[in-house]
Every structure is written in C-alpha cells, then in structure tokens.
Design a protein around this ligand. Structure first.
Ligand SMILES: NC(=O)c1ccc[n+]([C@@H]2O[C@H](COP(=O)([O-])OP(=O)(O)OC[C@H]3O[C@@H](n4cnc5c(N)ncnc54)[C@H](OP(=O)(O)O)[C@@H]3O)[C@@H](O)[C@H]2O)c1
Length: 286
C-alpha cells in the first residue's frame, strides 16, 4: 500500500500505517509514492496489480483521481474527492475517510456534539469542503466560511447549497468585521487553512484575530504540525476548548486500514507512532 501525493516529503501516514501493519504481523508494506500530476494516471493504473491492496491519495490529487477509478462511493461524489483507493481483483474503488476521521475526532477527542450548533470555518479549500459535508450530515444549524479568497468561499456555499437542507450556509470576506460578527455566536471554530503550519511563511500567525476567539467555543485546528499552533495557544489562553489535527489524521487512516485489510486498526499503536514520528522531527516535519 502507499500514499500517493506530491511532493509528500512530510507525510506521517507511512509511519503510523506501517506501525499498525507490523503490530498485527501482516506482511504488507506501506510506503510514500511521490507522484507528480503528469504521472498520476500511470501510478493509479499500477495499483491494479494483485500485489497492491490499495492506496491513500493526498494533496494535490484527491480530486484528479476520481475519473481514473472504476467506482466511487456516494460520499466521494458529494465531495468531489477521494482519499482511499481499494484494489479488488484489478478493479479500483474510491472512498473518502476524511469525513469519518473528522467527526470521530470532534466527538471523541473534542467531546463535542455538533448537532444544532453554529460553526465558523476558516478556509474554503478541500478540507473545508469535507468538514462542511460532515457537519451538514451531523445536523449543524449554520456554517459560515471566511476565506482569504472570498470568491472561493461563496462558490463553496453555492456548490454545497443543494446538500444543506436544514443548515444555513454563508460566506464572508476575510476582514476584521466579518470575524467579529461570526465569532459572537459560534460554538465551534475550525481552521481549515494552512496558516500556522510549521515550515510555512505564516507559521507564527493565526488565521483568526486572536482577540475575537470566543472563550466558550471549541477551537479545532486541522493542522497537526506543530502540535500546538498559534491559534491553539491563543484559544487555550482565553479559556476556549482546543483540539489539534493529529487525531483526525490517525482516524481517517484507521478507517482506510479497515477498508484495505478488513481488520480493525490498532488505534493506540497508530497514535503512538504518529506522535513519535512528529516529535522525532521536532513537530515540524516527518
Ligand atoms: N488533520 C487532518 O487529517 C487534515 C486533513 C486535511 C487537511 N488538513 C489540513 O488542513 C489545511 C487545509 O488543507 P486543504 O486540503 O483544504 O488545502 P487547500 O485545498 O489547498 O486549501 C488551503 C486553504 O488555506 C487557505 N490559505 C492558504 N494560505 C493562506 C494564507 N497565507 N492566508 C490565508 N489563507 C490561506 C486557502 O485560501 P485561498 O482560497 O485564499 O487560497 C484555502 O482556504 C492544511 O493545513 C492541511 O494540512 C488536515
């Protein structure tokens, strides 16, 4: 098995997936397969060989991979994105475990039931879309997207409209007054941008003005490197609940593991390996 993405220098999946396979004494290798866009079709075709159980797909190929597969499930069609491919006798099936990973982390690690709540999402990329579909299915009352590129946020609201029967969706421009208006009533604030990620120009920044973080909310930052982002540190300081991105990453991987092997993933082993992998790289790469 492998993870297919590009450039893939920092993927943690090989670390915790291999730890799980070894723990269960399964004679299977999981490796990183850096694949540029021009080689994607060839790499996917290669997965049809009997020695491949499947693969994970990550940035930037989650959308491009759809037409290369034989079948994709309903969730992938709604998201327009696949993160897990299963090879069954040469036929390739697409699934998406990001949604399940997100909801599990929110409920089990955040202790948060999203039903009926008002949610504020920073960002409007692929992760924001997956999270929004998860939250719509979980019955939230409203989702507001604030994104650097406003047109992308309003397009996302439009595209998700038909799926959101009981959820009010809105987009606001990334300016202080938007944050002030949206943070007043939100119970859950989720960072789906890369602002605050180690190794980027914005690693010391928060996507949200920190003076507006609502103390009564849960702040969920999807970033897992570093384990405590500037947004999380500020949220902790003002008394808000805080959740980082590592549990979601591991839970989506555990769901993929089950699809490939038919076995429950050894979660504790995976979490431990992921944490060790992160700290071995100072939380900055891996
Ligand atoms: N924990 C997990 O399992 C997990 C899973 C998926 C993703 N993630 C994390 O979620 C984040 C987003 O991933 P993605 O797949 O959605 O990526 P993506 O599709 O490339 O979207 C990136 C988002 O970040 C925004 N952004 C980037 N640089 C910015 C800046 N300097 N200032 C303000 N906004 C900025 C983009 O805004 P524009 O539209 O203006 O470019 C866009 O909304 C990443 O940090 C990723 O690591 C974590």
């Amino acid at each position: 098995m492998s993870v297919i993405g590009y450039p893939l220098k920092r993927s943690l999946s090989p670390v915790f997936q291999q730890a799980a396979l070894d723990h269960l004494k399964l004679d299977i290798r999981y490796e990183a397969l850096p694949t540029s866009a021009d080689r994607l079709s060839e790499a996917i075709q290669g997965l049809r060989a009997p020695e491949w159980l499947g693969a994970n797909v990550t940035i930037p190929h989650k959308e491009a991979v759809l037409p290369l597969l034989d079948e994709v499930d309903d969730l992938c069609r709604r998201l327009g994105a696949v993160n897990t491919i299963v090879n069954r006798e040469g036929k390739l099936y697409g699934h998406n475990t990001d949604v399940a990973g997100f909801l599990r982390a929110l409920r089990e690690d955040g202790g948060f039931d999203p039903a009926g709540g008002r949610v504020l999402v920073a960002g409007a990329g692929g992760a924001a879309r997956a999270i929004a579909v998860a939250l719509i299915d979980a019955g939230v009352a409203s989702i507001t997207f604030i994104n650097r590129t406003f047109s992308r946020a309003s397009r996302l609201v439009k595209e998700l409209g038909s799926q959101a029967v009981d959820t009010e969706l809105s987009a606001l421009p990334d300016v202080f007054v938007s944050w002030r208006a949206a943070t007043i009533s939100c119970r859950l604030l989720i960072n789906c941008t890369s602002v605050g990620m180690a190794g980027t120009k914005e690693e010391k920044d928060s996507p949200v003005p920190i003076e507006l973080i609502p103390p009564g909310a849960l702040v969920f930052d999807l970033i897992y490197r570093p384990t405590k982002t500037p947004l999380m540190a500020a949220a902790e300081k003002c008394g808000a609940g805080v959740l980082g991105g590592l549990p979601m990453l591991v839970y989506q991987g555990a769901a993929s593991f089950r699809l490939w092997t038919g076995s429950d993933a050894p979660l504790e082993v995976m979490l431990k390996a992921a944490r060790t992998g992160l700290s071995a790289s100072g939380g900055r790469e891996g």
